[in-house]
Design a protein around this ligand. Structure first.
Ligand SMILES: CC(C)(COP(=O)(O)OP(=O)(O)OC[C@H]1O[C@@H](n2cnc3c(N)ncnc32)[C@H](O)[C@@H]1OP(=O)(O)O)[C@@H](O)C(=O)NCCC(=O)NCCS
Length: 185
């Protein structure tokens, strides 16, 4: 397994997208995207309305997380603009957690699948992770479809407090092993 500190902060190109490691400068665009209730209500740990200071401080921590090997987060660029974020965080040992969110005008074009597939290839082949977990709110079938297309297997449901909704929701939980995806190398 490659040591975390030796992994360069390089971009990943896909057929239609460019995944660029996030930096503090991405906070403003993220604030715009998370100002859309239909985006933020689906996120497990975001506030609504979004708090600009919290988002800035979160993005400011990304370079350090990368250097420590605890999270790899990418801005999803399509053409000239940032349309969302895809990340693997909570890395402990050889396991991490996949997340993604897109501006609503970019939904329904296969971008989440394309971005997540590329990131999965990166964390399995470059970072050396062996397993990923992910999850979605029970009322977010589009995200469930993204996960199953990626090869994730549903494992359980659990109750989770949604900060954005300010209520407890049901989250569907999934897992993916390096050997069980087309993305593995
Ligand atoms: C969930 C989200 C990432 C999906 O992004 P996307 O780029 O539209 O996803 P894709 O186009 O790759 O795939 C969506 C799939 O869900 C399907 N889908 C969309 N709405 C659906 C619905 N209501 N019920 C069932 N399937 C649905 C689409 O048909 C597509 O399936 P296909 O791959 O078989 O064609 C995007 O809607 C989003 O950012 N939502 C807000 C934030 C969020 O939910 N993040 C994930 C948190 S778990």
């Amino acid at each position: 397994m490659t040591t975390a500190r030796s992994i360069p902060r390089s971009t990943i190109e896909t057929a239609r997208l460019r995944l660029r490691p996030t930096s503090a400068a991405d906070a403003r665009r993220a604030f715009e995207i998370q100002s859309d209730w239909n985006v933020t209500r689906m996120l497990s740990n975001a506030c609504y309305p979004p708090n600009a200071h919290d988002i800035e401080s979160w993005f400011s921590s990304h370079e350090r997380e990368w250097a420590e090997g605890t999270a790899y987060r990418f801005a999803i660029e399509q053409g000239e603009g940032v349309i969302g974020v895809v990340d693997v965080d909570g890395i402990a040992g050889s396991n991490g957690s996949l997340g993604y969110w897109l501006e609503s005008p970019s939904w329904g074009k296969g971008y989440a699948f394309e971005a997540a597939q590329a990131l999965i290839g990166f964390v399995f082949s470059e970072v050396g992770l062996l397993t990923l977990e992910s999850g979605h709110a029970a009322d977010n079938p589009a995200s469930g479809r993204v996960l199953t297309r990626l090869g994730f297997t549903p494992i359980a449901s659990r109750e989770l407090f949604s900060r954005a909704r300010r209520e407890t929701i049901v989250q569907c939980c999934y897992t993916l092993g390096r050997g069980s995806t087309l993305c593995s190398q």
